[in-house]
Design a protein around this ligand. Sequence first.
Ligand code: GRF
Length: 229
Amino acid sequence: MAYRLRLGVLVSGRGSNLEAILGAIAAGRLAAEVRLVVSDRADAPAVVRARAAGVPVCLLDPGSQRARLDARAETALLEVLREHEVELIVLAGFMRILSDHVLDAHAGAIINIHPSLLPAFPGLDAQGQALEHGVKVAGCTVHFVDPGAVDGGAIIAQRVVPVLRGDTRDRLAERILGVEHELLVEVLGWFAARRVTREGRQVWVADRNLGGEPGSGIQAAGRPRGNSR
Ligand code: GRF
């Protein structure tokens, strides 16, 4: 059977990005498989979507912290990712910050999608922040999750949408979400084809397969691996 990138998708909510990934795979537009969906919330609609698609779901009890996983939950997360032989971890609306321990264990192999043109408007309600600020273009960013500032990892790709007169926060968020789905699937295709290369914060897409593990095209090319520490 042809090679398929083994994904682990971490979710906390609606799951429309997960759905976009599953749809692209089902349509034969993405050479990947979702080996596992991990949710920190049992009632997340994303969990229903995963189960409907027949994808194994791991429900994590996050522990008592609001924005992070406790050590026991992180151990369970690492264990289940290993069990399912996940190569690339996709944070798709996952609302918790991973510790350096997890990031180091999967260095160069964790990506996130964020609904702003980073480095503008990191953190919560990026769309509301953008509207409030009065920017004329907004958009989304797919980036590596590196140790350091939240949403501060090396940028892989971005897509822009206009901000229109009369936009509400929800209308802008919906316009951004449409391009999120396209961009995330496109980026995953680059990883599946081993085309992502990285030098420090500079991430490029090669025009050919570079071999190696996800995010490690740079190592295959013999260059140093960087991070945002
Ligand atoms: C998206 O806007 C994503 O950029 C952000 O969280 C939201 C998740 O939406 N990180 P969904 O759960 O994929 O529908």
